[in-house]
Design a binder for this molecule. Structure first.
Ligand SMILES: Nc1ncnc2c1ncn2[C@@H]1O[C@H](COP(=O)(O)OP(=O)(O)O)[C@@H](O)[C@H]1O
Ligand SMILES: [Mg+2]
Length: 329
C-alpha cells in the first residue's frame, strides 16, 4: 500500500446493542455494516446519504469515540485496536471533529481564548506557543482582528462565527484528518459556502484529509475529490466527484441526484423523482441488496437474495449493484 494513504478501513462494523419489548430481547442496530476504503493524505471525501444511513456512526467510530464491533481502522499504518491509552492520545491529536451544532459543541462559560487553549493545555503545549497558535488559528479561520474575539463567549458570536471557532479548535493541534459532520446544515444558507470554502482552503494549505459528511449532495460539487454514497450502513458507490456526478451508476445515487432542486428557472416546476419509499430498518435489514425493496430495477431471485459485491465500472468508480455485473473494466 502506498504511504500516501492516511486512513484505511477494512470491513468496519458498528452494531449498537438494543433491548426491545417487555421481555427485553436483545437486538442490534447495524449502523455501520462492512465499510472499507482508503483515504489519501490531502484528499477530501464527501460521505453522502439519507438521514439514518450510518454516517455519524461511521465518523465517530473512525475518531475512536465509538468502539468498532468488528473490522479494522488503520491510521498511518497503525491499527487503532493495537494502541494503548498513550497511543490513543497521539491518535486524538491527529484528528479533529467539526459537528453540526457549533453552539452545542462549545463550552458556554469559556472565552474564545480559553476554548482554544484547552486542548493545548491537555497536550502540554508550552504557554508561549499556545498564544502563537491561538493567533494563527483565529487568523486562519478569519475571526479577525483576533483581539476582538479573544475575550468573547460563544453566545456573543453568530452561528457562522461559532463554526469558525469550532474549526479553529479542530486544527489547533495540527491534525492530519478532519471529520466534518454536517458542518453547515444548521447555518444560514448565506454562510454555508463560506464555511465550506474555508474548510477547502485549510485542506489545501495543510495537506489535510477531510471526511465531509452530508445528506445534501448539492454541496459536494465544489468540495471534495471523492464522493462515497452510503445506504443503510454500507457504501454503495464510490467515485471521483466529477465522474460520479456526471455518471451516477447506482439507482439510489441517481435518485438522490434527481432530488437536488434544479437551479434552472425553466425547470423549476418540473416534479422531480425522489427516492421512493423509506430507508430500511437497520435492525432487520433487507436480504440481498439493501436497496432492492425501493429499486425499480430489482431482479427477483438475485437482488433480493445475494448481496452485490463492488464492481469497478470505470477506473476508481465502484458500484455495488447487480446491474453492473458484466461491465467491469
Ligand atoms: N447510540 C446509539 N444506540 C442505538 N442506535 C443508534 C445509536 N446511535 C445511532 N443509532 C442508530 O444508528 C443508525 C444510524 O444513525 P446515524 O449514524 O446517526 O446516521 P446518520 O448520521 O446517517 O443520520 C440509526 O438507525 C440510529 O438510530
Ligand atoms: Mg448524522
Amino acid at each position: 500500500m502506498s504511504s500516501n494513504v492516511l486512513l484505511t478501513l477494512v470491513d468496519l462494523r458498528k452494531w449498537y446493542r438494543i433491548k426491545k419489548g417487555i421481555f427485553g430481547t436483545v437486538e442490534y442496530v447495524r449502523a455501520v455494516d462492512g465499510v472499507s476504503f482508503n483515504l489519501r493524505r490531502g484528499e477530501a471525501i464527501s460521505l453522502v446519504g439519507e438521514s439514518g444511513s450510518g454516517k455519524t456512526t461511521l465518523g465517530k467510530t473512525i475518531l475512536g469515540l465509538e468502539k468498532p464491533t468488528s473490522g479494522k481502522i488503520i491510521f498511518e499504518g497503525r491499527d487503532l485496536a493495537s494502541l494503548d491509552s498513550k497511543g490513543m492520545t497521539w491518535y486524538r491529536r491527529q484528528t479533529g471533529f467539526v459537528q453540526q451544532d457549533p453552539f452545542g459543541a462549545l463550552p458556554p462559560f469559556m472565552t474564545v481564548a480559553r476554548i482554544l487553549e484547552e486542548p493545548m493545555i491537555i497536550n502540554k503545549v508550552e504557554k508561549k506557543e499556545r498564544r502563537e497558535r491561538i493567533y494563527r488559528a483565529l487568523t486562519e479561520v478569519r475571526l479577525t482582528p483576533v483581539e476582538d474575539y479573544l475575550k468573547k463567549y460563544p453566545h456573543m458570536l453568530s452561528g457562522g462565527q461559532q463554526q469558525r471557532l469550532v474549526i479553529a479548535r479542530a486544527i489547533i493541534l495540527n491534525p492530519k484528518l478532519i471529520i466534518a459532520d454536517e458542518p453547515v446544515s444548521m447555518l444560514d444558507a448565506s454562510v454555508r459556502i463560506e464555511i465550506l470554502t474555508l474548510l477547502r482552503e485549510l485542506q489545501k494549505r495543510h495537506n489535510l484529509s477531510i471526511i465531509y459528511i452530508t445528506h445534501d449532495l448539492s454541496t459536494t460539487r465544489y468540495f471534495s475529490e471523492w464522493i462515497f454514497v452510503m445506504y443503510a450502513g454500507k457504501i454503495i458507490e464510490k467515485g471521483l466527484t466529477s465522474e460520479l456526478l456526471k455518471n451516477p451508476l447506482h439507482p439510489y445515487t441517481r435518485a438522490l441526484l434527481q432530488a437536488i432542486p434544479d437551479p434552472d428557472a425553466k425547470n423549476r416546476f418540473v416534479i422531480r423523482e425522489i427516492p421512493p419509499g423509506e430507508p430500511p430498518s437497520l435492525v432487520n435489514p433487507p436480504s440481498g441488496c439493501r436497496f432492492h425493496p425501493r429499486c425499480v430495477f430489482a431482479k427477483k431471485g438475485l437482488c433480493d437474495k445475494k448481496e452485490p459485491p463492488e464492481f469497478e465500472v470505470e477506473k476508481g468508480h465502484l458500484v455495488s449493484c447487480w446491474l453492473y455485473e458484466n461491465t467491469e473494466k
